[in-house]
Design a protein around this ligand. Sequence first.
Ligand SMILES: [Zn+2]
Length: 405
Amino acid sequence: MYSKEFIAEIPKTDLHLHLDGSLRLETLIDLAKTNKVDMPSYTVEGLREKVFKDHYDGLPDYLHGFMYTCAVLRDLENLERCSYELAQDNQREGVRYCEIRFAPQLHMDGKDLTMERVFEAVNKGLKHAQDEFNNRDEIKNGDEPPFHYGIIACAMRMFGRSSFSPYYTDLYGVHKYCKPMEVIKLGALELAKGVVAIRDKTGIPIVGFDLAGQEAGYPAGHFAEAYSFVHRNFMQKTVHAGEAYGAESIFQAIKDLHTDRIGHGYYLFDRDKVTDPDIEDKDAYIEGISGYIADRRITIEVCLTSNLQTNSMLTDIKQHSFKKMLDRRLSTTFCTDNRLISNTTVSKEIDLAVNNFDINAKALKNIIAYGFKRSFYHETYAEKRKYTRQAMTYYDKIAAKHGVK
Ligand SMILES: [Zn+2]
């Protein structure tokens, strides 16, 4: 029903995209060699076999590759190069708007690599790719929608005393009498204050705040103070939730962290994941929350391939809770999560979805539109409406060309 050419040509978004999980493999090899980073292989085939695989043995195996990407990304030039290439890779498959997220504190060294410099380097790379793309005639004369981006800062739900980054190690070092969870909360609060200050001082489009990393054992509620700070400063919010926990964790992100979107939300409908003994009717609770999410248009950032790779229970994509999200008319958007680690693109994600779920032309157009409508686009609301309308008018043109209706 939908050809690969159609999917490639329509204007798309990616609202859930980790910089450190989305390097070009060739670039990683190049940077690992120049920066003397130990890797189990230095060839594309070798790394695809040993690290960046099609199938993983659970989450720790999936997360293994970040060790290498983060090691090369503790360098300003490398951060700029990888950001530039990531924006280009998106442009080449028809993504017109993306939000790139990363945890700046993972890239800081406690010395010259400050939070501000890390953001400046990433922004420089993204802006360079944006300016090049938007300088083309078809963009300048208004025939096609331009490329834009936003940056999302991730606080880490969990970081250890060593091996995460020199910055985090220092943070533990100067808080000798705090418990680990207290240091983690402080790290998130410091990031919240940093991103608001840097956004206001530099104008870098830091548009959102996120909570990433291991969910199990680190509930969202711990991060209420950091989220409250960015909320009071009109920064938008998203939370990785419902990856390990279920509906309660998703609701906590909404009520305690004021979240505007949900990353994954995979276990939203899972009865077994509702554990509060006070909840007597689990089905009613789940329907209550999903009704609330649908009504408020709290958008779920759906990452199909990534979920397939990290949930061993999920063997057939048709069993993915995305079907229930569609049935309940939730606002959803297709995202890659990690282009390198999941070996995917937005086009591949859309292709996977339309081949496994019942998505008619109107429903597909709606999902694509939500990516623009529920983005954290950094200009005014009026500008965002205008940009969304331009993108969707172009979508209609491509649909007509391919006879999709
Ligand atoms: Zn993610």
